[in-house]
Design a protein. Structure first.
Length: 471
């Protein structure tokens, strides 16, 4: 029985980030789960208890539920249709040319499953889709299913963050049920009986609103980030401090401090593609004000990467060709090995395109980055990345980097210049250790005395003998 007394038979279609996490968490709630994917390799790995991506806490939970016999994997849609009464659609909706969402995987999932649906069934969409998609999928499934009108469809958007996927799935801020029948609402309340009993609020609404909730939430988060980043630009021209500004406006309950961290802007597999897809939908529907808002948010965001490149160029005297640049962090955010639309990797690419010699470190994302950008040099420690560097860029704010000893690192670089594009290192500590520190949205020099106001004129000569590497 489920933790709250209702063990259901559930299938999860798609075992990517969203699907695998959802399957594991559904099993952990006590349900019997069969997950299906067209990628045999993914299925085999998952069945062995291996997650194909870095997500804290996921693998132990995967193994626990495999061992308990609550979670199985298959490549057969017929088996899934035979087994489960509720089917979660968790396939990807990547960005297509022109910015709109590519619904090909969703259509293919429904086409593969529906011909096997011979009894009353509930399909539940979790993927991020343009408004109106759920009705189209419902008609598509009913047309192909022997059970016809007995196939119901609901929309239950997912809000999980990478790095916190398990926590966000098991204890979300809210659960959204987009439904067209009481039956679907009741079935979803049984699926989520445990979190609901623990006090997580559930909101029942129509399909269109449920679809929009997800893209509206991501658009708002992206807007918040771009807002604080334009404030950073304003602070730079006035000598004000954007971190103090964020702290002060964030204390207003109506604003809140979360998602007001300035720096290199947002990336990843969700926010950038979701705001572009939403902009396409808004354009199709003639909502030009939303097109304008989301275009501005995207443009501001991409501008942060160019700003980091410009700061680096300035730091090395105006010409990047041949300059040795160390990069700390390449994942799109800490606690993830995901490099999809990584702001850091984009900056690396732009610097390399101008001829800079890049040496990159990341605690977990280097294998993925090396596959995407084999031309960069990857170093297995912070010290090795920084060796002989003329400037060090902090581009993903891993906790490990806050533990760096700046005095030790100063001994291995050619020139102690730090650009903290994520605004999270202790600038006064680095300044006290002899570094020239630049933080976007802050007065340039972060030395405690505030006396020296220029980049160091020349790098020191290349070293022959190394001091012990830091990090
Ligand atoms: C996001 C949403 O948060 C989540 O609800 C949705 O389901 C999927 O998309 P995720 O992509 O995992 O989750 O990352 P998130 O933690 O939201 O960060 C997105 C990007 O914004 C990262 O690149 C991060 O570095 C950046 N960011 C975040 C900022 O630049 N400043 C901030 O204040 C917060």
């Amino acid at each position: 029985m489920g933790r709250n007394g209702h063990a259901l038979k559930i299938s999860v279609i798609g075992t990517g980030y969203l699907g695998l996490t959802h399957a594991v968490c559904m099993a952990d709630l006590g349900h019997q789960v069969l997950a299906v994917d067209v990628d045999a390799d993914k299925i085999q790995k998952a069945a062995r208890g291996e997650a194909p991506f870095f997500e804290p806490g996921l693998e132990p939970l995967l193994r626990k539920n495999l061992d308990a016999g609550r979670l199985r994997f298959t490549g057969s849609f017929a088996a899934v249709a035979d087994f489960a009464d509720v089917h979660f659609l968790c396939v990807g909706t990547p960005q297509a040319a022109g910015g709109h969402a590519d619904l090909g995987y969703l259509d293919a999932a429904v086409d593969a499953l529906a011909p096997h649906l011979t009894r009353k069934t509930l399909l539940v969409g979790k993927s991020t889709v343009p408004v109106g998609t759920a009705w189209l999928l419902r008609a598509r499934a009913r047309a192909a299913a022997p059970a016809g009108g007995e196939v119901d469809l609901a929309w239950n958007p997912e809000f999980l963050r990478e790095g916190y996927a398990v926590r966000d799935s098991l204890a979300p801020d809210r659960i959204v049920f987009g439904v067209t029948s009481d039956r679907a609402d009741q079935a979803l309340r049984l699926v989520y009986a445990t979190p609901l009993a623990a006090g997580v609020p559930a909101l029942t609404m129509d399909l269109e609103t449920a679809e929009l909730v997800k893209v509206a939430a991501n658009s708002f988060l992206a807007t918040k980030i771009s807002f604080i980043n334009v404030m950073a630009e304003m602070c730079e021209t006035t000598g004000a401090d954007v971190l103090k500004l964020a702290e002060a406006i964030g204390m207003d309950d109506r604003i809140g401090r979360k998602f007001l961290s300035p720096g290199l802007g947002f990336g990843g597999g969700c926010l950038p593609k979701d705001i572009r897809a939403f902009r396409s939908t808004a354009a199709e529907r003639g909502v030009s004000s939303l097109v304008g808002l989301l275009t501005a948010v995207d443009t501001i965001n991409l501008g942060r990467r160019q700003r980091a490149v410009a700061m680096t160029r300035e730091a090395v005297g105006g010409v990047l060709a041949g300059k040795r640049i160390a990069v700390l962090g390449v994942a799109f955010k800490p606690n993830s090995d995901d490099i999809r639309d990584s702001p850091s990797l984009d900056v690396c690419r732009q610097l390399a395109a101008e001829g800079a010699v890049m040496s990159v470190h990341d605690p977990v994302a280097m294998p993925n980055a090396a596959r995407a950008e084999p031309g960069l040099r990857y170093a297995d420690s912070v010290g090795a990345a920084a060796e002989d560097a003329e400037v060090v860029l902090h581009l993903t704010e891993w906790a490990d980097y806050r533990a760096i000893d700046p005095a030790a690192l100063a001994k291995v670089v050619a020139c102690p210049v730090l650009i903290d594009a994520r605004c999270t290192l202790d600038a006064s500590q680095w300044g006290a250790a002899g570094w020239s520190v630049h933080v976007p949205g802050q007065p340039r020099q972060q030395r405690p005395e505030g006396t020296q106001n220029a980049w160091p004129a020349r790098p020191r000569a290349r070293r022959r003998q190394r001091a012990p590497a830091a990090g």
